[in-house]
Design a protein. Structure first.
Length: 216
């Protein structure tokens, strides 16, 4: 069983929906503010009852529609405790389980891109936000980022998941939707075969422009 993947071209952002096939209870991961109507339409099309809106992190290029979806559907909002999203009904910490029908999302603390970044495991899938991207990873040069923390989140948490685990990142700029832990462990250009010192040097020399979106 695969998640439903939705793409917002304006921000190159993926939103994921997972659900229980029997009860039709669902959770949506990283919904974006410009796509509320699209997401509501898809929930209706599949006959899904939204139980959770879930954030992997908050950042300048990650503006959520969680509160609007909750208003329309009665879903509960959930966000990593360390992100400081005080409006979320549930403040998630590591190892928390979010239940929807007979299915669960397992929260993994994966800081580095931001101090509060989390990933979520569902069956043999992991939703990583901006922690690992496909053949890359999120930046660490602003807004509570830490290259050292990200390295440990990658090498000690996510890349220790089984090889066959499907990786669903929050962004991709080349039209790719998913990878696997095995592929990223072996081939990810940012982290594969690198020491912590190597990784910190790489992340410190990316020279990326600041995001254009206003943080909120």
């Amino acid at each position: 069983m695969y998640p439903l993947q939705l793409f917002d071209a304006a921000s190159s952002t993926y939103t994921s929906i997972v659900f229980d096939e029997a009860t039709r209870d669902a959770a949506i991961i990283d919904p974006v503010d410009q796509q509320v109507e699209r997401d509501l339409a898809l929930l209706s099309q599949y006959g899904l009852k939204l139980r959770w809106t879930v954030e992997t992190h908050t950042h300048a290029d990650h503006i959520t529609s969680a509160s609007l979806l909750a208003e329309h559907t009665g879903a509960q909002t959930a966000a990593p405790q360390a992100c400081g999203i005080s409006t979320a009904a549930l403040q998630i910490v590591g190892s928390d389980l979010l239940r929807f029908g007979r299915e669960t999302l397992l929260a993994l603390q994966t800081p580095g891109h931001t101090a509060g970044s989390m990933s979520f495991v569902w069956r043999n899938h992991v939703f990583t936000g901006d922690t690992p991207l496909i053949n890359g990873c999120g930046r660490t040069d602003f807004q509570s980022g830490s290259a050292e923390a990200l390295y440990h989140s990658l090498t000690e948490v996510l890349l220790k998941l089984p090889d066959e685990t499907t990786v669903w990142p929050g962004h991709d700029y080349q039209g790719r939707t998913h990878s696997t832990i095995g592929i990223e462990r072996a081939c990810n250009v940012r982290v594969a075969g690198r020491t912590l010192e190597d990784f910190i040097a790489v992340m410190g020399n990316l020279n990326l422009p600041k995001p254009k979106c206003e943080f909120r």
